[in-house]
Design a protein around this ligand. Structure first.
Ligand SMILES: [Zn+2]
Length: 463
């Protein structure tokens, strides 16, 4: 998502300066101050010292930065315009970014301190200078195998020489099949990506990925092409949706922030394969920590581990039917009263023993005691309904496409394995069975083998 709001104002400002004599004041690209920015943040963002920033901006009071103010960034000879942040999306390369923004590879590397083009990670914000008088090129086009630049130009209502110059090609012969080119004409064919030819488009959101987030991977492919892939180390399961093939994947709450691979593979009708891989950024969920004192048998690994393996195997299959549609509804009577949120780092102490186990809170705990009704948050099929040592009276509902809901610690279970449930149906009653410090409802959501933040499912519709 690019910010262009300020461009028009800058254009006006620059236009009014045109008739003034050339002055000796500091020159260089400008950064527009954003709410919450400090001079030291801006200095570190652009790898300059605070003193250099102050020297380059003599009229700026470092103690009173205000949003919308222009700050000249020194030390970037040859770069002009307004410096903005652009989030790298799937398929972007340094070459394609350079074409889209009309900024040279060299300047992009210098601005972003990139050592190698392979450092372009999906979800990372890249600094890009934009010129007031020049809108970046937004129409992406890709030559198909055997297609000449002339044919492409005709389709784009342009000419090969314009495309050659805009895309900094050394000649009309220099466009390769599958390459991303930019066209000055709005409304291209929309098949343009840096992806292999079997893909029409591919995307992942939200970006950057966050510990505990649910990621939606959406691919449009040519006819007869089936898509597979992996995200981090999880095999993706793609299903047909309106406008393409979709996979849902949870990001583990304890996955170290960093960069991880997203691999997409297309299997063509003739059995041949094309694959594409790019690194994607995972950021921290900024979760809290807490210490809990519980009966030691509920954290004894010889009991807890086999139980966890049972839950993992129950929530592993990816059912091809999708039972739900739209946003999930709250399973609890008091929908916004939480006693513990997802992701909290937990240390469990076995009371009266020296048993200590580390983990994280895999679901959302709702306030409200013994006997309150529990509702199915979305339609699905019951795949488990029985007592467990750690989780107490437990129910698991399969919502399809690898999405499951788990309900623990109930005082009563109202449904049986194999039942189909409707959204809002009463499936059980709140209780204090299993590893608890008091009666409450624990609800968790699994997405393709990983527990995710359930609040996301109450706030937005997936996929
Ligand atoms: Zn819980």
């Amino acid at each position: 998502m690019r910010r262009r709001i300020s461009l028009f104002l800058i254009f006006i400002t620059m236009a009014s300066l045109t008739f003034q004599p050339v002055s000796a004041q500091a020159s260089g690209p400008v950064y527009i101050v954003q709410p919450g920015d400090t001079l030291s943040y801006i200095a570190s963002r652009f790898n300059v010292t605070v003193n250099d920033l102050i020297a380059a901006n003599p009229s700026v009071d470092p103690n009173f930065l205000s949003a919308g103010q222009e700050i000249v960034i020194p030390g970037l000879e040859g770069v002009t315009g307004v410096l903005e942040t652009e989030i790298i999306s799937l398929g972007d390369t340094l070459r394609s970014l350079s074409r889209r923004t009309q900024v040279s590879d060299e300047q992009l590397r210098k601005l972003n301190r990139l050592i190698s083009p392979s450092e372009l990670y999906v979800g990372v914000g890249l600094i890009v200078p934009t010129q007031a008088q020049q809108e970046p090129l937004s129409t992406r086009i890709t030559p198909a195998a055997g297609e000449s630049l002339l044919e492409l130009a005709v389709k784009q209502n342009s000419d090969p020489w314009t495309l050659t110059s805009l895309n900094k090609l050394s000649g009309t012969w220099d466009a390769l099949p599958g390459d991303i080119l930019y066209s000055p004409v709005a409304g291209g064919e929309g098949n343009a990506t840096g992806l292999p030819s079997a893909f029409l488009s591919a995307g992942i959101e939200p970006l950057p990925m966050i510990q505990g987030s649910t990621e939606v991977i959406r691919v449009q492919a040519r006819e007869g092409v089936s898509i597979s892939g992996t995200l981090v180390d999880m095999p993706l399961h793609f299903f047909q949706d309106i406008g393409g093939q979709v996979a849902l994947q949870g990001v583990h709450a304890l996955l170290e922030p960093g960069i991880y691979p997203l691999l997409l593979e297309a299997t063509l009708p003739d059995g041949s394969r094309q694959s594409f891989q790019q690194m994607v950024l995972v950021t921290s969920g900024n979760y809290y920590s807490e210490e809990l004192y519980v009966p030691p048998e509920t954290i004894d690994p010889t009991v807890a581990d086999p139980e966890t393996r049972t839950i993992v195997s129950l929530t592993n299959p990816s059912t091809a039917l999708k039972y739900w549609s739209g946003v999930f509804s709250s399973p609890a009577i008091y929908p916004d009263q939480f006693t513990s949120r997802y992701g909290t780092r937990r240390t469990y102490h076995g009371t009266g023993t020296d048993l200590v186990i580390d983990g994280f809170h895999t679901g959302l705990d709702f306030a409200g005691g013994e006997g309150l009704q529990i509702f199915a948050p979305a339609p699905g099929k019951v795949v488990f309904a029985a007592p467990l040592t750690v989780r107490g009276n437990a129910t698991i509902i399969d919502h399809g496409w690898g999405v499951y809901s788990g309900f623990w610690h109930q005082s009563a279970i109202n449904i049986n394995v194999g039942d189909m449930v409707e959204q809002g149906q009463v499936i059980g009653l709140v209780g204090g069975t299993g590893r608890v410090t008091g009666a409450h409802l624990h609800w968790e959501v699994w997405v393709n083998g990983i527990q995710v933040n359930p609040l996301d499912w109450l706030n937005q519709a997936y996929p």
